[in-house]
Design a protein around this ligand. Structure first.
Ligand code: GLN
Length: 484
């Protein structure tokens, strides 16, 4: 049962091969068995999951079900969930229970999905390895010595280990795509504004975007259909019709042109990964796609631009955790100043503090022009590069990361090395574009991610290409070897 795709599970529920309660119980059992080893979940909501499953079974019996009714999922613990604690991987919110649910959460709940719990992440989604979580690192189910990627590492590891068939994630600079790549699953970061950010705890508001993570493009399409769409509660949400993502999956690929940005295949990319990607490109060419080299000359400058803009936004977003209204409060403060200082010093971890310091520095009078304004100008130029290459070709194809999953502990004490990991994902967020990562093979037992980048609102096209690729390959069906 746990190996089925969402679409197959939905069929099993309709044909009464199993009930949602049975399905939910099977995944809960697997979580009890394996989560202590990989630490993918921060909170498991077994009791409410079983109640939701029973309600779903009742809906199914009355033929009042959506395509997602009765299917289990998990939410990255950055999405507010009414009545269930939302920690954002931080001591600051260790005991915070949100008074309302994020739009993404309520939409999936209304569709009848069953939430099994909240997944681990880098603290406030800042990181690329899941090692900055207050709740300890998540381990990669392919190899317990490797990181699962970050920040949505808990979601990616949980899906890869079959603890849940699908999960939500968020992507500010790669946090859906990079862990999807490291854990051998499929994930899509939608166009900025496609999925509501309401109730998603803010890291860098002009970059943050939620999206689905699952084993196949087909499953991501099903989830995105329910997650996406206009939300009046989010001022940057876009009012624009949603295509039928599932229908688009079946389009033939003949006549499509894919651009290969030469800067993404340069010296930063591991040669073993380049080989795997080359084979995937040949497979796509057999499906009728034409490939052509393009250039994104400012690729390397995405790192400094992002690591000024994201911390600047984070420093203002995180000023709300002051120990007064919600979140961690220190014991016996002497005065207001002491309350702020000690609550924030105790509540935030190292990486979050580093970003607040960098961000406030970049925004301070005297440095604003030198750093923040420059970074914004670069952001505009990087966006223009993407726009001009996407005039020449339909989509871009690139690696998701320069290397497969790295070893636990190998980069956590070197922030610059960690930031360099994001070289192929950050530009997409700066430009607000949609991008998908899917498995394309392995190097030394660790999965390799292939990234597809599209023009604004071209999610259907990305899912289409990924689905066609997955129809003729089996990389997305491989099971992680580290836990069985
Ligand atoms: N690794 C990047 C960062 O640390 C991206 C994280 C994300 O997308 N949330 O900011």
């Amino acid at each position: 049962m746990i190996e089925l795709s969402l679409a197959q599970m939905a069929q099993g529920l309709r044909q009464k091969t199993f009930s949602s309660r049975e399905l939910t119980q099977a995944f809960l059992d697997r979580i009890s068995q394996l989560n202590p080893r990989i630490n993918a979940f921060i909170t498991v909501t077994a009791e409410t999951a079983l109640q939701q499953a029973e309600q779903a079974d009742a809906r199914l019996a009355q033929s009042d079900a959506s395509p997602l009714t009765g299917l289990p999922l998990a939410h990255k613990d950055i999405f507010c969930t009414q009545g269930v604690r939302t920690t954002c991987g931080s001591r600051m919110l260790e005991n915070f229970t949100a008074p309302y649910s994020a739009t993404v959460v309520s939409r999936l709940e209304e569709a009848g999905m069953v939430s099994l719990g909240k997944t681990n992440l880098d603290e406030f989604a800042m990181g690329s390895s899941n090692e900055s979580s207050w709740f300890g690192p998540t381990l990669n189910p392919w190899d317990l010595n490797a990181v699962p990627g970050g920040s949505s590492g808990g979601s990616a590891a949980a899906v890869a280990a079959r603890l849940v068939p699908a999960a939500t994630g968020t992507d500010t600079g790669g946090s859906i795509r990079q862990p999807a790549a490291f854990c051998g699953i499929t994930g899509i970061k939608p166009t900025y504004g496609r999925v509501s950010r309401w109730g998603m705890i803010a890291y860098a508001s002009s970059l943050d975007q939620g999206g689905p993570m699952a084993r196949s493009a087909e499953d991501c399409a099903l989830l995105l259909q329910a997650m996406a769409g206009f939300d009046p509660k989010d001022s940057t949400s876009i009012q624009r019709n949603l295509p039928q993502y599932a229908d688009a999956l079946h389009e033939p690929l003949q006549g499509l042109t894919l651009g290969l940005p030469k800067e993404y295949f340069g010296e930063d990319l591991s040669p073993a990964m380049a080989k795997v990607l080359e084979q995937a490109i040949q497979t796509l060419e057999k499906l009728g796609v034409r490939c052509k080299e393009v250039s994104l000359p400012l690729t390397r400058l995405a790192i400094p631009a992002y690591y000024v803009i994201a911390p600047a936004e984070a420093s203002t977003n995180l000023s709300r955790y002051d120990g007064v209204r919600f979140g961690h409060r220190c014991d016996q403060p002497q005065d207001l100043e002491d309350l702020y200082k000690r609550s924030r010093s105790e509540g935030f971890g190292e990486e979050v503090k580093r970003r607040i310091l960098v961000g406030t520095y970049a925004l301070s009078e005297g440095f604003y022009d030198a750093y923040y304004r420059k970074a914004q100008q670069l952001r505009r130029l990087i966006t223009q590069d993407f726009q001009s290459s996407l005039k020449e070709v339909d989509l871009l194809l690139a690696p998701t990361t320069p290397t497969p999953a790295f070893d636990l502990g190998s980069k956590i004490n070197d922030p610059v090395q960690m930031y360099l990991e994001d070289i192929y994902t950050l530009g997409v967020n700066l430009a607000g574009l949609p991008a998908l990562s899917m498995p394309a093979g392995q190097v030394a037992g660790r999965p390799v991610g292939l990234q597809l980048i599209g023009n604004h609102f071209e999610e259907a096209r990305l899912l289409n290409v990924a689905h066609q690729f997955q129809q003729v390959t089996d990389h997305h069906l491989q099971k992680p070897s580290g836990i069985e």
